[in-house]
Design a protein around this ligand. Structure first.
Ligand code: ATP
Ligand code: MG
Length: 370
């Protein structure tokens, strides 16, 4: 029996990572030259995997990867940064130097008895101090100076969830701008929030980092990659059928891999996969996700529900178009308000003025169950 050759939902590496040589080269050059970057891209486009792969592949470069997903308090911030530092290297001199430099947070080092991984934790009282973010940034910058280091702040927009985020951003910026040689990469999947931070003229980060866009994976390479993964899982598939998968997924790699996994799971070893296999695969995905869909629908007002179904039926809707509201039968103002809510809840997102579903499977399910 072969193992499922597809991975979706979390960071991919090794044989599960489809090379993206052009972006990898660019990112490595920026890391080497100390250029700060703001890495933009829609959800599940592969930003985190790409950054980890590209920076992790530079010889002699340390990667401090800090995930700010859903941080709520400044002490979460300190803890996440220190977690990133401890994961950057198992090298003892590096870790003990980091401990010294972070002294204001009264850190302690523990080593997991199970696998020997070191973790630096910070004292809860010290981390709750109003100045702890400043102290953390200062420590981080000094730690980074001790050798070639690249710092990645992932889901950076979640900084905005912190009380006093304006002041915190200003403090971070204050530290970062004096570190010409250390590359800081910021990434996040919420385009609007990232834009507020990096393009808002009154933001301390205004124009402080070069934008880099992570779009779809070059279709010929991704097609070859997926065909090879199917072969590894003892299935055959043509390039034409893979094109249908990419079309369904709107070329988002995470969604494409999810559909591939379901196609693999619902077909027999040795099978030649065609479009005729799509309904069973979609059925499998729906059965896994239906409770989530229903939970979303339950929270919608009638107007939001009408707008969502209209968006599902019409695909990439131009929201500015005059007949959009007309088609929903709603007043223009209430259609607009409903769209605003759907965008805020990230059920849909807009790309180049068009409205798309964040989850293409949800859209398909709505179409079949309208
Ligand atoms: N280079 C790649 N090769 C193959 N699959 C990929 C690649 N990059 C991303 N994927 C697919 O997309 C999924 C999400 O990847 P990743 O978490 O890196 O994206 P992301 O843009 O950081 O997403 P999010 O917006 O949720 O943080 C992976 O689990 C995998 O299925
Ligand atoms: Mg990510």
């Amino acid at each position: 029996m072969s193992m499922n050759p597809f991975r979706y939902g979390s960071v991919v590496e090794g044989e599960n990572f489809c090379p993206r040589p052009a972006l990898e080269t660019q990112i490595r050059q920026y890391a080497e030259s100390g250029q700060n970057l703001v890495v933009q891209g829609a959800r599940r486009m592969g930003k985190t995997s790409l950054l980890k792969h590209a920076v992790g592949g530079i010889r002699g470069m340390r990667l401090v990867y800090v995930d700010l997903y859903f941080i709520k308090t400044p002490s979460d911030f300190c803890a996440r940064v220190m977690k990133g530092v401890s994961a950057a290297s198992a090298d003892l001199p590096f870790l003990s130097r980091a401990l010294q430099l972070a002294f204001r947070l009264r850190p302690t080092l523990s080593v997991s008895p199970a696998d020997g991984t070191p973790t630096i934790s910070v004292d809860a009282r010290a981390a709750a101090d109003p100045d702890s973010v400043g102290a953390t940034m200062e420590a981080l910058s000094k730690i980074a100076e001790g050798g070639r280091t690249c710092i990645v702040f992932d889901e950076f927009q979640d900084i905005l969830h912190l009380n006093g985020s304006d002041r915190i951003l200003a403090e971070m910026r204050g530290t970062i701008q004096f570190q010409g040689t250390v590359p800081y990469f910021f990434t996040g999947s919420s385009r609007n929030a990232m834009m507020d931070i990096f393009d808002g003229m009154d933001s301390p980060f205004y124009k402080s980092a070069l934008p880099l866009e992570v779009g779809e994976i070059d279709p010929p390479s991704f097609t070859r990659f997926l065909i090879a993964r199917f072969r590894k899982g003892d299935r055959r598939i043509s390039a034409e059928t893979v094109a249908k998968i990419l079309e369904f997924a709107d070329s988002v790699p995470g969604d494409a891999q999810e559909l591939c996994e379901a196609l693999w799971s619902t077909t027999a070893p040795g099978a030649q996969i065609t479009e005729a296999d799509f309904p069973a695969a979609l059925g499998l995905v729906f059965s896994r996700e239906i409770r989530g869909y229903e939970a979303v629908l339950e929270k919608l007002t009638p107007a939001q529900s009408t707008v969502l179904r209209s968006l599902a039926a019409n695909g990439r809707e131009r929201l500015a178009s005059a007949d959009f509201a007309a088609r929903t039968g709603l007043a223009a103002s209430s259609a607009k308000r409903a769209v605003g809510r759907l965008l805020a809840d990230r059920i849909v997102f807009s790309r180049a003025g068009e409205c798309r579903f964040s989850n293409p499977f949800f859209r398909e399910w709505l179409l079949r169950n309208a």
